[in-house]
Write a protein that binds this ligand. Structure first.
Ligand SMILES: [Zn+2]
Length: 300
């Protein structure tokens, strides 16, 4: 009897398995939901990032990223966190982007810390005699004059506070290529048909997605900076930048931002960034921004 029940259960489960093969539900692209967040701690391993008086950017990034990831997991049920690194290892930027795209992230957050060169000053520390000549040939005359002697010294650059980056609007085309690629893969998953990347309709759709990603990134970046201000930090605002470190924002086919959490070159910021309480505050401010961002879609 027991065997019979087992056998019929087996048949039922096999039948379900087979039927699910035949009627594979077509996965729909989730348009506004946030299921997967990529948390990317900048630098790592031999890439130490910016250097403070006593700390490296790579360690600050990792500490904040891990705290943020844990908070997302604890407070946003149903949201999966994917880390690009959880230890002090070198990670290639291309790999970070590939990872984000392969995991079909709905949001990409890069955590970094800033630094600036110290300010350079010159002061007169004395005078020295300098020889110079006037005229040529027989009229040539030798003179001496006294010129100031300088000493160069440096002082701390007062730059401090947070800033959040989105990719520059003039890089939309580049971002669009990554978005097209991902969209094409998504469609391949669901219909086993690879769309023609040059098809004008597909191109228009991909451009539309890219623009939406830009708007979403800008919105989230503003929210992050607003939360920092509410938390008492000095915000340098939302910025667009085109240098190498920002390439990753173009290469990730999803809304993406890069958060500069403070300046390790500034004494107060460096202390704050290396302090557990500071790291937790930063992570919880970013979390608040993500929750607001998510809620704004759920309202609509
Ligand atoms: Zn960095």
């Amino acid at each position: 009897m027991k065997n019979k029940i087992f056998f019929s259960l087996l048949i039922v489960s096999l039948a379900t398995t087979f039927s699910s093969f035949h009627h594979k539900p077509v996965p729909k692209r989730q348009k506004t939901g946030i299921k997967t967040i990529i948390v990317d701690a900048g630098h790592g391993g031999r890439a130490i990032g910016a250097k403070g008086k006593y700390s490296y950017e790579k360690n600050v990034c990792l500490a904040i990223a891990l705290k943020l990831g844990k908070m997302i997991e604890a407070e946003m049920p149903g949201v999966k966190v994917v880390y690009t690194r959880t230890t002090d290892v070198f990670v290639d930027n291309r790999y970070r982007a590939e990872m984000a795209n392969e995991h079909k992230g709905d949001l990409y957050l890069a955590i970094h810390a800033n630094s600036v060169r110290p300010l350079e000053h010159r002061k007169v520390v004395g005078y020295k005699k300098e020889v110079y000549y006037t005229g040529t040939g027989k009229k040539k005359k030798k003179h001496t004059r006294s010129v100031p002697k300088y000493k160069t010294y440096y002082s701390e650059n007062p730059a401090y506070g947070t800033e959040t980056y989105i990719w520059a609007a003039d890089r939309t085309e580049s971002k669009g290529e990554f978005v097209s690629e991902r969209m094409s893969e998504d469609e391949t998953d669901s219909t086993e048909y690879r769309p023609d990347l040059n098809d004008p309709e597909f191109k228009a759709k991909s451009l539309l997605w890219t623009k939406r990603f830009f708007d979403k990134s800008l919105m989230l970046a503003n929210m992050v900076e607003e939360e920092f201000v509410k938390g008492g930090r000095h915000s340098r605002g939302v910025k667009q930048r085109n240098n190498e470190g920002i390439w990753i924002l173009q290469a990730t086919a999803m809304p993406s931002i890069l958060i500069e959490t403070g300046f390790v070159s500034n004494r107060k910021d460096e202390d704050y960034l290396n302090n557990k309480k500071g790291q937790e505050e930063l992570a919880s401010q970013v979390l608040k921004a993500i929750k607001r961002y998510k809620a704004s879609f759920e309202k609509n």
